[in-house]
Write a protein that binds this ligand. Structure first.
Ligand code: FEO
Length: 399
């Protein structure tokens, strides 16, 4: 893979990981991903921004074969998919300094065993001259770790944003030409990486709004020549606004819980409430995570098994809690044989969610007429709560 010129003195380097199918051993990557690095050659100094995932080190080093000098290696983010090849780059360029944020220094030393004398901490807002090009470092904590920062190239108004605004796409397009495809991949990315840190994301968006940005070059996925596209999407995703949508992750052992879920979904749809239903035994967890960016309500469908919720349903509750889903309401539906504590157990698994728990609907054995009446009542309650919630946040956006 050869380097690709973005503009005079600014080149894309990195690796396209066509075959990667899982990130953080958690989120499926149906379209692979990329690890982007950028070489900035000024009239006096040269800087490399970010590197690649460790297994892709040889690809990056091959791209650097004819680069005689690097003065600065800039680590926007210490996670291995961007910092993994830093030791190899520092070994090739013995005079290069590694520049990073204050909180990144210890992480890089601990994870990559980099000698402290090869490093220099840069401050928030600090500028670095490369001669005819000038960089500025902007601290943007929690996009995705506490140490993250972005780097701004003043002369070209390019923002090198690392994870911020990234998308998991392996593709030959250097730029985000197919915005529909990129939107979907960037939202999947946001759901896992950014959703838990929405308040910080909003602060960072506000901070960056004072910069004139003509291009955003993230370290995953294509480059944005129309930054407004992704900034507007982030404005929406990072807000606390929710849609008139119920997400229903469920698991069923003998079909009773599935019948309840399907009845509830149908009842909600009749009332004009959108539904996304996910069978947890087969679903793409990334799709579920994306729905958690929008949904006003989560209804977990679970049978009672061994006295509690099905472990797969518990996983969905833990995932929603870890991602700090935006939902305002939560309920549980499901079938049981002789008793148990499914609802109490699930409710104890979501301490980070700011949800009101609506009356659960449990039935003994197969659902009957009484169960269906209870599901209709839950559906009516959700419709009413959504109307209040969505009017109050003025975001009646079609789901
Ligand atoms: Fe792409 Fe947080 O690493």
């Amino acid at each position: 893979m050869k380097t690709r010129e973005i503009t005079n003195g600014v080149n894309w380097l990195g690796a396209i990981d066509w075959d990667r199918r899982l990130f953080d051993s958690l989120i499926p990557l149906p379209d692979g991903t990329s690890y982007n690095a950028y070489l900035i050659e000024g009239s006096e100094k040269t800087a490399l921004i970010d590197t690649v995932d460790p297994p892709m080190t040889d690809t990056l080093m091959g791209q650097l074969e004819d680069v005689l000098r690097i003065d600065y290696v800039i680590s926007n983010h210490a996670e291995a998919d961007h910092s993994g090849a830093i030791p190899a780059v520092l070994a090739k360029y013995p005079d290069a300094k590694l520049l990073c944020s204050k909180p990144a220094k210890a992480i890089l030393i601990e994870s990559l065993a980099i000698s402290e004398d090869r490093m220099r901490v840069v401050e928030d807002g600090e500028r670095l001259s490369l001669g005819d090009k000038n960089l500025q470092f902007i601290y943007t904590p929690w996009v995705h770790w506490p140490e993250t920062m972005v780097t701004y190239l003043e002369e070209n108004a390019i923002l090198f944003s690392c994870d911020f605004f990234g998308s998991h796409i392996a593709g030959s397009d250097l730029y985000a030409t197919d915005e529909g495809r990129v939107y979907e991949a960037a939202k999947r990315y946001f759901a896992e990486i950014m959703l838990p840190f929405r308040a910080q994301i909003r602060k960072n968006l506000e901070k960056l709004s004072t910069y004139d940005i003509s291009m955003i070059a993230p370290s995953h996925g294509p480059i944005y020549q129309r930054p407004k596209f992704i900034v507007d999407a982030y404005d929406k995703w990072a807000s606390d606004r929710v849609k008139n949508l119920v997400v229903v992750p469920y698991v069923s052992m003998h079909g009773s819980t599935r019948k309840m879920v399907e009845y509830l979904a149908s009842s909600l749809m009749e009332r004009g409430v959108a539904v996304q239903q996910f069978d947890l035994t087969t679903t793409d967890i990334g799709k579920l995570a994306m729905a958690l960016v929008d949904a006003a309500t989560i209804v977990i469908g679970t049978p009672t098994v061994l006295g509690g919720p099905h472990p797969t349903a518990a996983y969905a509750a833990l995932l929603a809690n870890a991602l700090r889903a935006k939902a305002k309401f939560l309920s549980v539906v499901g079938s049981y044989g002789w008793g148990g504590k499914s609802v109490e157990t699930l409710a104890g698994m979501i301490p980070k969610l700011k949800v009101e728990v609506l009356n659960p609907v449990l039935c003994k054995g197969a659902p009957n007429e009484e169960t269906r009446r209870a599901l209709d009542a839950l559906s009516a309650e959700i419709e009413k709560r959504h109307a209040g919630e969505i009017v109050s946040n003025q975001s009646r956006v079609p789901a």
